[in-house]
Design a protein around this ligand. Structure first.
Ligand SMILES: Cc1cc2nc3c(=O)[nH]c(=O)nc-3n(C[C@H](O)[C@H](O)[C@H](O)COP(=O)(O)O)c2cc1C
Length: 365
């Protein structure tokens, strides 16, 4: 069967994943209203294509934090990728590198940041960070990321605790015993995650992550590193302005794949207010629900400079490791290029906000 869209990769992934893992990757928080909304909100946006505009030479390359990327799509951090396929984070990162995409490594990865750097040396890598109660754990991660040539730190700010993911609680989810949180070999984090209970991962998070953190902690982070800091998990203009005031280099508008708090807006719904608030001063990016070329286009037209995908890369990895991710990225890239051409844009400078409009504009007719 030829796989022609991200949904095809998800179907294939289901044939390869145990229920425990599939539910973990798929789940959103609560009744998963926002999980559906992340898709629905894209569907409510209509494209307004322009015609006769010479689209013979497409150029979809872009510069992100000084790095030349081949297109405006990167891989978001998702935890524990070896549960999907033995190629794990290295396979995913190599595929990203080949496609000219940024790869963000999760703190909660099954490959250490040193092994990832050695395994995918040519990929532009960012490191996703949580702030631990024991600040020395976070500081060591920062030093290791610097040494391993990661280009930015992505501080996830929407997870002082983890959301209530019902399937994980039902399944008593924990990391399979043959895998570890590879950034913490020999440190107390290993093992805690395999504990049973409400959900092994939630137990780990509440025992280790610091729920007291505030914007002041960005000052601390900035005081210990020169790496650019991107905050991930912004859903309001107010927090975007704080990110600017506290000296962050960029924001990722994100609801964590709808896994933290249910009934928050879709990321694509929150994007415009963030762009209005800080779009001239900060690099604004987004993730959540991106499955096809026209989703990427809509996010760009609403002011994002690049988008990220989480689950689609996990599905492709589960289906066929690194090769699966390469194939999925190539399908998505082709779809994005078709969108660009058919809407009348040869490059980003041709993209106008008027090319995307909410469906309500048509119901008034
Ligand atoms: C299985 C899974 C694990 C995730 N793990 C992390 C993580 O470790 N750190 C983080 O900042 N975000 C994590 N996220 C959120 C993603 O980075 C991203 O925000 C989200 O997946 C984007 O939505 P999408 O899956 O619809 O593309 C995770 C998401 C999923 C689905």
């Amino acid at each position: 069967m030829v796989l022609v869209c991200v949904e095809d990769f998800e179907q294939k992934a289901k044939e390869h994943l145990e229920k425990n893992a599939l539910d973990y990757y798929k789940s959103g928080a609560g009744e998963q209203f926002t999980l559906s909304l992340n898709r629905e909100a894209f569907r409510k946006l209509r494209l307004r294509p322009r015609c006769l505009r010479d689209v013979s030479k497409l150029d979809v390359g872009c510069k992100i934090l000084g790095e030349q990327m081949k297109w405006p799509l990167g891989i978001a951090p998702t935890a524990m990728q070896k549960m999907a396929h033995p190629d794990g984070e290295i396979g995913n990162a190599r595929a990203a590198g080949k496609a000219g995409s940024i790869f963000i490594l999760s703190t909660l990865s099954t490959t250490s940041l040193e092994d990832l750097a050695a395994g995918a040396p040519d990929t532009v890598k960012w490191f996703q960070l949580y702030i631990y109660k024991d600040r020395s754990i976070t500081e060591k991660l920062v030093r290791r990321a610097e040494k391993a040539n990661f280009k930015a730190l992505v501080l996830t700010i929407d997870a002082p605790i983890f959301g209530h993911r019902r399937a994980d609680v039902r399944n008593n989810f924990s990391l399979p015993s043959h895998l570890t949180l590879a950034n913490f070999q020999g440190v107390k984090a290993t093992g805690v995650v395999t504990a049973t209970g409400a959900s092994g991962i939630n137990e780990y998070v509440s025992s280790q992550f610091d729920p007291t953190i505030t914007w002041q902690d960005i000052k601390w982070l900035k005081s210990i590193t020169q790496l650019p800091i991107v905050v991930k998990g912004i859903l309001t203009a107010e927090d975007a302005v704080l990110a600017k005031e506290f000296g962050c280099s960029g924001v990722i508008v994100s609801n964590h794949g709808a896994r933290q708090i249910d009934t928050v807006p879709a990321s694509i719904e929150a994007l415009p207010e963030v762009v209005r608030a800080v779009g001239n001063d900060l690099l604004v990016m987004m993730d959540g629900g991106v499955l096809q070329g026209n989703d990427i286009f809509k996010a760009l037209a609403l002011g994002a400079k690049t988008v990220f995908i989480g689950r689609p890369a996990v599905w492709a990895l589960a289906y066929n490791g690194q090769k699966g991710v390469e194939e999925m990225l190539s399908v998505l890239r082709k779809d994005f290029e078709i969108t660009m051409a058919l809407i009348g844009c040869q490059s980003f400078k041709d993209i106008q906000s008027s090319m995307v409009i909410h469906e309500s504009a048509y119901s008034k007719l």
